[in-house]
Write a protein that binds this ligand. Structure first.
Ligand SMILES: [Zn+2]
Length: 352
C-alpha cells in the first residue's frame, strides 16, 4: 500500500488541509478497478469504520499477491467538514463559508477527461478544489463507492437506473435492505458526478457489468461500533472479490437481493408542518398501511389539542427517521418507501 498525502492550501494564508490517499496497485491491468471514500459529510463515520477494518484485509491480500485491480481508498474525504465545530457541536454537512452541501454541486463532466477541473492551487475556494480533487481521484475507476450514512436508518443504496440490476451484487454483499433508484439528477452529488461521464456514453459502451457507482447509506450516524464496522468491511471485501478486484478463492457471494428498488419519486418524505417535540409511532424497518400513524409533533407541551399527527400517505416501509426529537417547521422527519409516486415528489435529491 502506498500512502499519498495531498495538500491543498487554504483560502487564506497559514491554512491548509491534507487528504490522505491509500493506493493498492493491481497486478492485472484488465481487472476492474475500485475507489472507496468515506465521510464526505464530515461526521458520517460508519463507512470510515468499515474502511478502517477493510484496509488491513487489503494489505494482507497485497502481501499475498491477490490485488488484481487498482484500488484507491480515501477514508476521510473531507478534512474541511471534519474540522467544522461550532458551539461544541460538529456540523459536517454544509460548508460554513458557502452553506453549500459538501455532497452537492460537483462538476458534471461529459467525458472522463479531468484536465478542465480546477487544479489543487487554482483560483477557486478550497471546497471547490477539494471536490475537483476527489473527482480526479475517483473517475479513473470503474467502481466508485461513496460511503455515507443517514440519520437513523436501514442500510440502503442510491443507484442510477443504468447500473441496475447489475449492482444487486453490491446490495447482497452489504446486506442492504433497499435500493433508491434515480434517473434524472441528484443535484450533482459526488455519485452523480462519477456516473455522469458513463451516462453520456451510448448503452453499448457503458460496460455496466464492470461498473458500480453508488452512494452507500451505511445505516445511521450512531451505528459505529467494532462488530458493525468489521461486518461492513467484510461486505465490501466480498464485493471486491466478486467483481474480481481482489482474488480470494475462500470468498463466495450469493446474489440474493430481494429488497425493494424504489424510484426516488416513490419515496414519501414526511416533513414537519409545525415545529415542536417529535414523538415517533414507527421505527425503521416497520411496514405500515396507508393512514397509519407515523409521528406526532407536539406543539403545545401539556395540551393535546396542539398535537399534529402525521399519517402514512400510502402503504410502505419506514426506511429512515431523524435522530433529533425537536423539529422546525418544514424539517424532514422520516422516509417511507412507497409503491407509487408520492404526491409530494419533486425533482432532484430527496434532501437539502
Ligand atoms: Zn452523507
Amino acid at each position: 500500500m502506498k500512502t499519498e498525502t495531498i495538500q491543498l492550501a487554504g483560502d487564506v494564508p497559514g491554512n491548509h488541509i491534507e487528504l490522505r490517499v491509500l493506493r493498492f496497485a493491481g497486478k492485472d491491468e484488465k481487472a476492474v478497478t475500485a475507489y472507496l471514500q468515506s465521510s464526505l459529510h464530515g461526521s458520517e463515520l460508519p463507512g470510515q469504520a468499515a474502511l478502517h477494518f477493510l484496509i488491513p484485509m487489503l494489505e494482507k491480500a497485497e502481501r499475498e499477491g491477490r490485488i488484481a485491480g487498482d484500488i484507491t481508498v480515501v477514508p476521510q474525504a473531507n478534512p474541511i467538514g471534519s474540522a467544522q465545530w461550532f458551539s461544541h457541536q460538529h456540523l459536517g454537512r454544509f460548508e460554513f463559508f458557502s452553506n453549500v452541501n459538501f455532497n452537492r454541486s460537483f462538476p458534471l463532466l461529459d467525458t472522463f477527461d479531468t484536465s478542465g477541473l480546477v487544479s489543487l492551487d487554482g483560483p477557486k475556494p478550497l471546497a471547490e478544489r477539494l471536490k475537483a480533487q476527489l473527482l480526479r481521484l475517483a473517475l479513473p475507476h470503474e467502481i466508485v463507492l461513496d460511503l455515507h450514512c443517514d440519520d437513523e436508518s436501514e442500510n440502503y443504496l442510491y443507484i442510477h437506473q443504468a447500473f441496475l440490476p447489475e449492482m444487486y451484487d453490491l446490495a447482497s454483499s452489504l446486506g442492504s435492505t433497499a435500493i433508491l433508484s434515480w434517473n434524472s439528477t441528484a443535484d450533482a452529488a459526488f455519485e452523480e458526478a462519477c456516473a455522469h461521464p458513463v451516462l453520456q456514453l451510448p448503452d453499448s459502451k457503458r460496460d455496466v457489468k464492470r461498473r458500480a457507482v453508488t452512494t452507500v447509506e451505511f445505516r445511521g450516524l450512531s451505528d459505529v461500533d467494532v462488530a458493525t464496522g468489521k461486518a461492513d468491511a467484510e461486505g465490501l471485501y466480498r464485493f471486491l472479490v466478486h467483481r474480481g478486484v481482489v482474488i480470494d478463492a475462500a470468498v463466495k457471494l450469493t446474489v440474493d437481493f430481494k429488497g425493494p428498488v424504489t424510484p426516488l419519486e416513490n419515496v414519501e418524505m414526511v416533513r414537519a408542518p409545525q415545529g415542536g417535540m417529535v414523538l415517533f409511532h414507527v421505527n425503521i424497518g416497520d411496514e405500515v398501511e396507508a393512514g397509519a400513524k407515523l409521528v406526532t409533533v407536539v406543539t403545545i407541551p401539556g395540551d393535546p389539542s396542539g398535537d399534529v399527527t402525521l399519517t402514512a400517505p400510502q402503504a410502505g416501509r419506514i426506511l429512515t427517521r431523524r435522530s433529533h426529537r425537536y423539529t422546525r417547521r418544514g424539517d424532514d422527519l422520516l422516509k417511507l418507501l412507497g409503491s407509487k409516486r408520492s404526491e409530494q415528489a419533486r425533482p432532484g435529491s430527496l434532501e437539502a
